[in-house]
Design a protein around this ligand. Structure first.
Ligand code: ATP
Length: 140
């Protein structure tokens, strides 16, 4: 089966680097499916789920926005932050969500609302990805 190299790099580390069969990424204009031999492309990503298909399996990651480039031989994701589902600390994401909601509901004079909104979207992406994989595990 044809594959393409996928590199996911965050500000802090190389999160993922493997040959994969398909990438489905949260593009700013909607979900973006990339198979080997896809035309070259550059796009921004929004916070959400990034799905990788490889050897008949699905690997799910949470992405906090960033940038995706399709080159002839590889797909590169430069993510603000990215975690594999099993790396996600659910309690931390819930706490980040609680803090950001609190800031939005009771804004202090100096509160940065777009920043609080972005924190909610990151936390939501993490919780959705972690819960999806937990649900799957319970079924198997
Ligand atoms: P927090 O307020 O909890 O730090 P955040 O959304 O501000 O959350 P980011 O700035 O997006 O955090 O990420 C900072 C670093 O922490 C990144 O390396 C990211 O992968 C990691 N990280 C953030 N939240 C989680 C989480 N819930 N589980 C695992 N890693 C996380």
């Amino acid at each position: 089966m044809a594959t393409i190299k996928l590199d996911i790099v965050s500000a802090e580390r190389l999160v993922f680097s493997e040959d994969v069969a398909e990438v489905v990424a949260p593009g700013v204009a909607g979900q973006l499916g990339i198979l080997p031999h896809h035309a070259p492309l550059m796009t921004m990503l929004q916070p959400g789920e990034l799905l990788v298909r490889k050897d008949g399996e699905e690997i799910v990651l949470a992405i906090s926005g960033g940038f995706l480039e399709v080159r002839p031989d590889r797909v590169i994701v430069l993510a603000d932050a990215a975690e594999r589902a099993e790396e996600i600390d659910i309690a931390r994401a819930e706490e980040a969500m609680r803090r950001a909601r609190e800031r939005m509901q009771h804004p202090a004079a100096d509160v940065d609302l777009p920043r609080a909104e972005a924190a909610i979207r990151r936390a939501l992406a993490r919780l959705q990805v972690a819960e999806k994989v937990q649900r799957r595990r319970r079924r198997t």
